[in-house]
Design a protein around this ligand. Sequence first.
Ligand code: IFM
Length: 457
Amino acid sequence: MPELSFPPRFLWGSATSSYQIEGATREDGRVESIWDRFCRVPGAVEDGSTGDVACDHYHRWREDVALMKDLGLHAYRFSVAWPRILSEGGWRVNHAGLDLYSRLVDELLRNDIEPFVTLYHWDLPQVLQDQGGWVSRATGEACAEYADVVSHHLGDRVKNWITHNEPWCTSILGYQIGRHAPGLRDWPAALASAHHVLLSHGWAVPVIRTNSPGSEVGIALNLKHVEPASPSGADSEACRHFDGYFNRWFLDPLHGRDYPADMVADYAVAGHLPSGGMSFVRPGDLETIAVATDFLGVNYYDRAVVRSQDVPEDQNEARTVVVAPESEWTNMGWEVYPDGLCQLLERLHREYRPPKLYITENGASYDDGPDGDGIIDDERRQRYLRDHFVAAHRAISAGVPLSGFFVWSLMDNFEWDRGYTQRFGIVWVDYDTQKRIPKRSARWYQSVVARGSISTD
Ligand code: IFM
């Protein structure tokens, strides 16, 4: 098989997020986040763990930048912890917290690694949750203020900004399914939350552009390639619904199309909307949300194969079931389906035309650990990544303006409700000693980045 070359300026990077790696949750004025609180709810996190220490990145960030430098990475996507920045009710700027990110950015730039900053990756200050969290429009306003503070301080050096990571998770996992903080199960709250997250994105973009001239701003969505389990009308209908619930509810308003009417109707029938219907949408909101951005970040892990199931209308989501086809699965129980990445990228390009795309996350959880010689032979992760790089290359060849790929994750870390039971890193973390060991996949990735191409043998 030939060597597949990527475009010369294609960015190869890795990604992490604050709560998953930093630890030091009580240092330098950081206030409590919803995850600090949620982790203490019995049964909320599979292994009963917390992000209190995580990878201790708060103290080891220099070592972690050196690791990225050694791997030859071009870019690093990380998130800023809101609870480190705005304390005391959310409005006093905590300079000690900001300093971490300022020094991290300087260190990255010194090492020729381009910082991609995510502003919100789920660690909402608890004090804002106490006032309603994302259900409240005021949290969206506070988020825009927070974006102002961070972009004001880092905007001279950071030129790539991501407002939110995975609004579906913030709203649906956090406020409807309840598997993520704050752990609610309330459909109207989830839909209002989704709206306020998107609205805060719309408010933040012009603020960031003003504070960080010449920068590029986007949002990262978790998206799935969705297909029906059979050609039956019922399965196609279930597929339409699942796609609306997971993908279009976020993609459509961000691209100036309003919330999808079919989904508004489905949610109304199921009784998921607040009593006033879509009353959380105020005049002008949709224009705000549809603000032009420079790129769309795509977090892709797997596809959804959907079939219809006969259940009462008020259990709307159960109408659609993700079927387990004969396939390969990662430790998360997620299907390995690289073709879906290419199909998703082509669809986004065809239907939404973002000016540029990045894969802001892609990777796999496998638990391979060190052998007797300390070598971590994570062949399955290497294969997973290679097959997704090939799919990304196919999309580029088909004309998709894909400009970079961020592997999730740089290192093993706190996987939310799964705690430390899942390892996504290309670098192994020994949580007892905090020793980092690059896995075989990291060394292979290093060679891909160095060559700018992959061999498909
Ligand atoms: O670890 C998460 C990350 O925080 C958001 N995207 C999916 C990853 C794997 O579950």
